[in-house]
Design a protein. Structure first.
Length: 122
C-alpha cells in the first residue's frame, strides 16, 4: 500500500522500496524516540510543533496567530532570526531564514528546525 502511495506522488517503486526497507527498524525507532524527546523538551503536545534554538536553549513557537498569514509569519520569523544569514560565519550547522536553510562552513547564533526532524546537537 505505501509503495503504491509513493508511486502516486512520482517516486519509483524500487527506489522508494529500497530506502523504506533501509530505514525501517532501529533507524526509524531512534528518530521517533529523538522526536518525542525533543517534543517533550520544548513542551510540545503534538505535531507540528515549532521551536527556535538559541545558544542551546529551545523556545516553543505558537504559530496560531500566523495561520493563514504567511507574510506576518515571515516578518516575525525574520525578526526572531535577526542577522543570521547564509554568508555569516557558522560551525557547520544550518542557517535558517524564512526562505529556507543552508549549511554554513563555520557558529550560528540562532537556528530553527521543526521538532519532527531533530538534528544532532554537540
Amino acid at each position: 500500500m505505501i509503495q503504491a502511495l509513493a508511486a502516486d506522488i512520482g517516486l519509483t517503486r524500487d527506489a522508494f522500496g529500497g530506502v523504506f526497507h533501509a530505514l525501517r527498524g532501529e533507524a526509524t525507532d531512534a528518530h521517533i524516540r529523538d522526536s518525542r524527546a525533543l517534543l517533550a523538551r520544548v513542551g510540545g503536545h503534538g505535531f507540528p510543533t515549532f521551536a527556535l534554538e538559541r545558544d542551546g536553549a529551545f523556545v516553543r513557537v505558537d504559530i496560531g496567530p500566523y495561520l493563514g498569514q504567511p507574510q506576518a509569519w515571515r516578518a516575525w520569523l525574520s525578526q526572531q532570526l535577526g542577522s543570521v544569514t547564509a554568508d555569516a560565519p557558522g560551525d557547520g550547522v544550518p542557517a535558517c531564514s524564512p526562505d529556507g536553510c543552508v549549511l554554513r562552513p563555520t557558529a550560528c547564533t540562532a537556528r530553527s528546525r521543526p521538532v519532527s526532524a531533530p538534528v544532532a546537537t554537540r
